[in-house]
Write a protein that binds this ligand. Structure first.
Ligand code: GLA
Length: 381
């Protein structure tokens, strides 16, 4: 990919660029907890976005997308990032960096990637982190990784309309090979936990659906959590978010919350506990327990948080009845995307055949399978 980008850059802009890479991410467990300052357990993967960039000493900045085979020019002084265009994140990140006081000059840029979009592996977070890092490198801004992640999160809020948490860009920025990040979204700091799976592997099953309600439903779930906090603070003034409650508090808060809100709060509170248990299970090599936690997470996301969909539920049901599978769950924001599966490596081929056939019969869709290896975070390559 790097050489394809450099060649394309020479062809379009007749100059020598520097190249950066930012990966997508998986999340082992800890879904819809990040925006409640809770715990998540993501890891960077080896697929992601590459950006080739060089200053151009012109009056405009120019970008070329390998995927769309399109060129786009814009002026740094008058950018109008609008939802839906591939250059939106580019102009969005530039706008945020300028607002933060970084003296951007015009540049040329080529971008490309090997990460599926809409699969829930955070292609847009990888894109924003890669752009931020490319600009930081080419102008020697030395922007700290944590800030790159924060700008990427803000770009998602402002230019995609999704009020997401910090997990995705943070994992893209800080990933470590063969490790997952036990990330505390309150302090925004992490602990690196080695992931040794022995004769087991992680496999993503891409459902190939991404339901259109996903963004609005995501924001509604976030609002529901915030609403619960406001109600609960009347009885528990010391809490700031749902993260401040433990599973043992659930009986105490049940009667305080409206019937529609309680299950959502219960999911966040129990999911935070599962993240801690999963980190312990991985550290002690207890993969059976890890599998059970994945299962419990799926059930909670399906029944309490209500962010799954029939395609993911079908895949999860089939996965857990297939030989060699320790656990599986929907991953990411929900309403489509991938199922994360922990399974025996030597059963992968049988698993793929079985799931493909059953999913095809049920939904007339062919799932994609992505074998996961945990890679390094964003870097110059
Ligand atoms: C999306 C968001 C994240 C996180 C997950 C759900 O991926 O971008 O911030 O909230 O959904 O865990």
């Amino acid at each position: 990919m790097k050489s394809a980008l450099i060649q394309s850059f020479r062809h379009h802009f007749e100059a020598e660029p520097l190249v950066v890479f930012a990966p997508g991410r998986i999340n082992l467990i800890g879904e819809h907890t990040d925006y409640q300052e809770g715990f998540v357990f993501p890891a960077a993967i080896s697929q992601g976005i590459w950006v080739a960039i060089a200053k151009n000493n012109l009056e405009v900045s120019r970008a070329y997308s390998l995927d769309f085979d399109q060129e786009f020019s814009f002026e740094l002084g008058s950018m109008s990032p609008k939802k839906g265009h591939w250059a939106t994140y580019l102009m969005g990140v530039c706008t945020l960096l300028q607002q933060a006081g970084y003296p951007l000059e015009n540049f040329d840029l080529v971008l490309g990637g090997d990460i599926p979009t809409g699969a829930g592996v955070s292609s847009s977070a990888a894109l924003s982190v890669a752009i931020g890092m490319g600009i930081s490198e080419v102008f020697s801004f030395q922007i700290p990784k944590k800030n790159l992640a924060l700008y990427a999160q803000k770009a998602e809020h402002l230019y995609a309309g999704v009020n997401c948490g910090i997990m995705d860009p943070y994992a893209s920025a800080f990933g470590v090979q063969n490790h997952a990040l036990l990330l505390d979204c309150r302090s925004v700091t992490h602990q690196e936990i080695p992931v040794h799976l022995g004769e087991y592997s992680l496999l993503l099953v891409n459902s190939k659906v991404s339901h259109s309600l996903a963004n609005s439903a995501y924001n509604q779930r976030r609002d529901a959590c915030e609403e619960s906090v406001v109600i609960l603070q009347k009885s528990f003034p010391e809490i700031r978010t749902l993260r401040d409650l433990a599973e043992s508090d659930l009986p105490k808060i049940k009667h305080l919350l409206p019937e529609v809100l309680f299950p959502k709060a219960k999911h966040v509170i129990s999911e935070c506990a599962r993240v801690q248990q999963a980190a312990e299970a991985l550290q002690s090599g207890n993969l059976l327990q890890m599998g059970k936690l994945l299962q419990a997470s799926h059930e909670s996301l399906r029944d309490d948080f209500e962010v799954s969909c029939s395609e993911l539920d079908f895949l999860e049901l089939q996965a857990k009845s297939t030989a060699g599978v320790l656990g599986a769950r929907m991953m990411g924001g929900g309403f489509g995307g991938c199922l994360l599966t922990l399974l025996k490596t030597n059963e992968i081929s049988n698993f793929k055949t079985t799931l493909q056939e059953r999913y095809q019969n049920a939904f007339q869709l062919t799932p994609d399978f992505i074998e996961v290896s945990l890679g390094e975070g964003a870097r110059k390559v």
